[in-house]
Design a protein around this ligand. Structure first.
Ligand SMILES: Cc1ncc(COP(=O)(O)O)c(C=O)c1O
Length: 392
């Protein structure tokens, strides 16, 4: 047999989360707990379709009379209805703000990074560590260089804004920096308004391009509070990209709903940048998937459905806060989790402890210790804390 062109692909592609999920499925121990999942779970351990989404989908089924292409930019009604939720009802950005629908938050990030590469092929993309596992591959896929900076210390559970600012003081004009707007994945770490202020100042002073990654709006401190950092940046810097995911806050994960917004110094610049983002999109998914974005548009066009979505999102958020409070009270090591936000935290333990949690207690966390707090029911928190106490 002749050699295959794939023979050179001899390096395995590890995926910590998929590997862990397979191990969890194979584990038959009663009481096993999966904290590796990346999705919201309710108290019954389900990831339900939200009520407003179900209602909008029924309407969509009835009303939709064509599945013809919408265009590279997707459903602009969806994009326009999302903008006030993200930027506020009185953002005053006018045509400096221009958006497009994307295939999820991942698609928005990839389109943003391709846009950066078109604007400045030599740009480095600064990212605080640890961060969401897909940031680095996304930066590399766009042909850009990753510039890591310190962000969070797992053992002490502290954010080092000073180290971030010092790293960024070495950034070159035209470099980009990815900043998670809320509910940091994987740490849950919170930046204070003064920290965002200092970041906005250095970004503006050094001519950097921030990419706000907003994937969990509404799951931290609420829709308004979770958008505060993005709004602060939008008010303070001349140019900004916002990569947004609706997959978590509308629970439409597999429908792949996201948006990319470009803010430029003026309308013409924003329009030019948006056109380049669309050109990048053309070579990836071309036209984004429609269903989820159309359902979300229908929700946002209807006051009652919007109110129901907000109420259900808030009850999801409350559940996360409740589990966090219970965790913080259950063991001194877990106290910092009560001050953190969103679904994820990085346990202040080392690798052998994470391994022992799995092997001795059937509790699955993603190495080096990321847990999804929504993977726990409140009545499991005590069991979890006792297992942790035995594993450390
Ligand atoms: C920080 C962060 N950004 C972006 C995304 C992308 O979300 P989506 O599923 O919409 O692509 C995720 C998903 O896990 C995330 O954690």
């Amino acid at each position: 047999m002749t050699a295959s062109v794939f023979d050179t692909l001899d390096t395995p592609v590890p995926d910590a989360i998929l590997g862990l999920a397979a191990q969890f499925r194979a584990d038959t121990r009663p009481g096993r707990i999966d904290l590796g999942v990346g999705v919201f779970r309710d108290e019954a351990g389900r990831t339900p379709v939200m009520r407003a989404v179900k209602a909008a989908e029924a309407r969509l089924l009835e009303q939709q009379d064509s599945k013809s292409y919408l265009g590279l930019e997707g459903d602009m009604g969806f994009v326009e209805r999302m903008a006030p939720i993200v930027f506020g009802t009185a953002h005053g950005l006018g045509d400096r703000l221009q958006g497009l629908q994307t295939a999820g938050g991942t698609g928005a990030l990839r389109a943003a990074l391709d846009l950066v590469a078109r604007a400045n092929p030599k740009a480095r993309v600064w990212v605080g560590l640890p961060t969401w596992a897909n940031h680095r591959p996304l930066i590399l896929s766009a042909g850009l260089e990753v510039a890591p900076m310190p962000f969070f210390d797992q053992a002490s559970q502290t954010v080092d804004v000073g180290a971030m600012l010092e790293a960024l003081s070495a950034a070159r004009p035209g470099d980009a920096v990815i900043l998670q707007g809320c509910c940091h994945n994987p740490t849950g770490a919170v930046l204070e308004p003064a920290d965002w202020d200092a970041l906005a100042t250095i970004v503006a002073d050094r001519g950097l391009l921030p990419i706000m990654d907003l994937a969990y709006q509404g799951l931290g401190d609420g829709l308004e509070a979770d958008a505060a950092s993005t709004r602060l940046m939008a008010a303070r810097v001349p140019a900004l990209l916002i990569a947004y995911s609706c997959d978590k806050n509308f629970g439409v994960y597999r429908d792949r709903v996201g948006a990319l917004w470009v803010i430029g110094t003026n309308a013409a610049e924003a329009a030019r940048a948006r056109a380049h983002a669309l050109a990048a999109v053309r070579t990836m998914w071309s036209m984004p998937p429609d269903h989820g974005a159309a359902a979300i548009r229908l929700i946002l066009e209807d006051a009652a459905l919007t109110a129901d979505w907000r109420a259900e999102l808030d009850s999801m958020r409350s559940r996360i806060v409740e589990v966090r409070r219970a965790l913080a009270a259950a063991h001194p090591l877990l106290a910092p989790l009560g001050r953190q936000t969103g679904m994820f935290s990085l346990l202040p333990v080392d690798a052998p402890v994470v391994e022992r949690l799995k092997t001795a207690h059937a509790i699955y966390a993603v190495p080096p210790g990321r847990i999804n707090v929504a993977g726990l029911r409140v009545d499991q928190v005590e069991t979890f804390a006792q297992a942790l106490a035995r594993a450390i």
